[in-house]
Design a protein around this ligand. Structure first.
Ligand code: FPP
Ligand code: MG
Length: 326
């Protein structure tokens, strides 16, 4: 069953709310390339994990204003979609969800403006909720985006850095991936009147899921076929990203110098056998174990929230993240 169905949330309603951000934008005519590009970007697919997490968070309380929850959910997807435009430019990825990435269609400069506009627009929209007593909305619009940028920057500064530690990798993954998901659960809860302590538990749960999500993504880069990935297996390492499977492979003494020899100038065909050796090593199993460790920690947090009927939705999320195939 799909995640939205398992959570009994209408994906069409989520999508409608996201599209409303563009539809009711007074500054951008709907016939403009900017509006069309945003709609195109949003309609290109995605499981809407983050908006669904906002709605799940809200189920831990009694929302006075349901509209606000939906708007926050839509805003979360908008931030995510904007970040992917930038990410594909940074990663020089030409495909996103099987379609040409926006920078391939529009060129890098125009795509950058679309991404910038989307993230700035969300901050403007959400600022209407940013009175002191609704500070969580401010957290979503600006702090989350700041952390995303910090995570990307941390990744960039450690390219081809084979001495990066597992702690630094986890820290980067929190910033780049986990904190947005965690914040979605937290702000959904706070917007529905949930107390801070419960909202913080939901944040921790989302953070654990998010870290495991990023670790899984980094495993898939080695295990999925190039057809499914839309890029050659091991692309992260080919682009200098020292992800968790590589960090574990560096513990293998004969393999370590072969990995360390990879630089930006190494031809792809010389990297192929190193990728194959990583695939055959025990690095992927060790990585999988650490991903499972975070899922186990998330499962333990559900027990602390079992007084809330909505804790069942956390199990649905946990099952989805455990068997996820992005
Ligand atoms: C996917 O990573 C990308 C992210 C999780 C976040 C990217 C964030 C930025 C580029 C910061 C800029 C953001 C804004 C809103 C201004 P990935 O490359 O590991 O995953 P992929 O395989 O899906 O590309
Ligand atoms: Mg990328």
């Amino acid at each position: 069953m799909k995640l939205d169905e398992a959570l009994d949330i209408s994906l069409r309603a989520v999508d409608r709310e996201i599209q409303n951000i563009v539809k009711y934008d007074k500054d951008v005519p709907r016939s403009s390339t900017l509006a069309k590009s945003i709609i195109d970007q949003i309609q290109s697919g995605g499981k809407r994990i983050r908006p669904l997490m906002v709605i799940v968070g809200s189920r831990f309380g009694k929302p006075q204003d349901k509209r606000k929850i939906w708007q926050l959910a839509a805003a979360a997807e908008f931030i995510h979609a904007a970040s992917l435009i930038h990410d594909d430019i940074i990663d020089n990825s030409s495909l996103r969800r099987g379609q040409p990435a926006l920078h391939v269609k529009l060129g890098v400069y125009e795509a950058l403006h679309v991404g910038n506009y989307m993230s700035a627009r969300v901050i403007e929209l959400i600022s209407t909720y940013s009175a002191e007593r609704e500070r969580y909305a401010y957290d979503l619009s600006s702090l989350v985006t700041t952390q995303l940028c910090i995570g990307e920057y941390q990744q960039l500064t450690h390219l081809y850095d084979y001495d990066v530690t597992i702690e630094e990798y986890i820290e980067k993954s929190k910033n780049k991936t986990a904190q947005l998901m965690a914040s979605c659960l937290r702000i959904g809860a706070l917007a529905a009147g949930v107390d801070e302590a419960t909202a913080d538990l939901l944040y921790s749960f989302g953070e654990k899921l998010g870290i495991s999500f990023q670790i899984r993504d980094d495993i898939l880069d080695f295990t999925q076929s190039s057809e499914k990935l839309g890029k050659p297996a091991g692309s992260d390492l080919r682009h200098g990203q020292v992800t968790l499977p590589v960090l574990f492979a560096l513990e293998d003494e004969p393999l370590a110098p072969r990995i360390r020899a990879i630089s930006a100038d190494t031809p792809s065909q010389l990297i192929d056998p190193v990728i194959a050796a990583i695939q055959q090593s025990d690095a992927l199993a060790k990585t999988e174990q650490l991903s499972k460790h975070y899922l186990d920690e998330a499962a333990a947090l559900i027990d602390q929230l079992s007084a809330y009927p909505a804790h069942k939705d956390l199990r649905v999320l946990l099952d989805f993240f455990s068997g996820r195939d992005r």
